[in-house]
Ligand binder design. Structure first.
Ligand code: AMP
Length: 217
């Protein structure tokens, strides 16, 4: 089963992707996580990625399309994958379609998590993740069961993203409106797009996604 989760930054794609990964044994592919890992090399490309990402802009299509192409070839993606953060432009959506066609793969669904922008800013301002296993948390909406201890791996170290600062967030929302939202009609035209209210509580969003996937077979 191959799924795309779409939605502005802070819409809850990462949270839902982690849940789908556990429930269905399919792998979450977050291009943002891949780029953050690549950045750590701190070579010329790493530094270029850092400055693009810190400002909340998109990295070039050809680079991310190549990275994604290599990622879905990995053995852990053979069962299926949840794309979180890709595609983000129409050329990326078209390139993905060509990759899927060439591998005879189909999309089970493209799910848009819709949220209003004011709520997004608040959500993003409160989010953080485990420094060790990347499990996502939020100051208000998703606290670890035991304060200061990661539910998944027990680590006590957490981190916040540089591009979750207010100025970068405003730009990321603009980039979403200008460059990513235009892919919604692309998937609507294919009859694949389903929109879910991402303002609903996390468990309810998960249930709605599961119901859609069941319907899609
Ligand atoms: P995310 O974790 O999905 O919010 O991504 C963080 C940042 O990584 C984005 O603001 C972009 O700078 C970059 N990025 C992630 N995915 C893509 C993509 N598909 N195309 C271009 N840039 C991306």
């Amino acid at each position: 089963m191959n799924i795309i989760l779409l939605g502005a930054p802070g819409a809850g794609k990462g949270t839902q992707a982690q849940r789908l990964e556990q429930a269905h044994g399919i792998v979450q592919i977050s291009t943002g996580d891949m780029l953050r890992a690549r950045k750590k090399a701190n070579d010329a490309l790493g530094r270029e990625l850092s400055s693009i990402m810190a400002a909340g802009n998109l990295v070039p299509d050809d680079l991310i399309i190549r990275m994604l192409g290599e990622r879905i070839e990995q053995p852990d993606a053979a069962n299926g994958f949840i794309l979180d953060g890709f595609p983000r432009t129409v050329p990326q959506a078209e390139a993905l379609q060509r990759m899927l066609d060439s591998k005879n793969l189909k999309l089970a669904g493209v799910i848009e998590l819709k949220v209003d922008e004011d709520a997004l800013v608040q959500r993003i301002a409160g989010r953080y993740s485990c420094a060790k296993c990347d499990a996502g948390y939020h100051d208000e909406y998703q606290k670890p069961a035991e304060a200061g201890v990661c539910d998944k791996c027990g680590s006590t170290e957490f981190k916040r993203r540089e591009d979750d600062k207010p100025e970068a967030v405003r730009n990321r929302l603009k980039v979403y409106r200008d460059q990513t939202a235009p892919i919604l009609p692309y998937y609507r035209a294919k009859g694949l797009l389903e929109t879910i209210d991402g303002m609903a509580p996390i468990d309810e969003v998960t249930q709605k996604i599961e119901a859609l996937l069941k319907k899609a077979g």
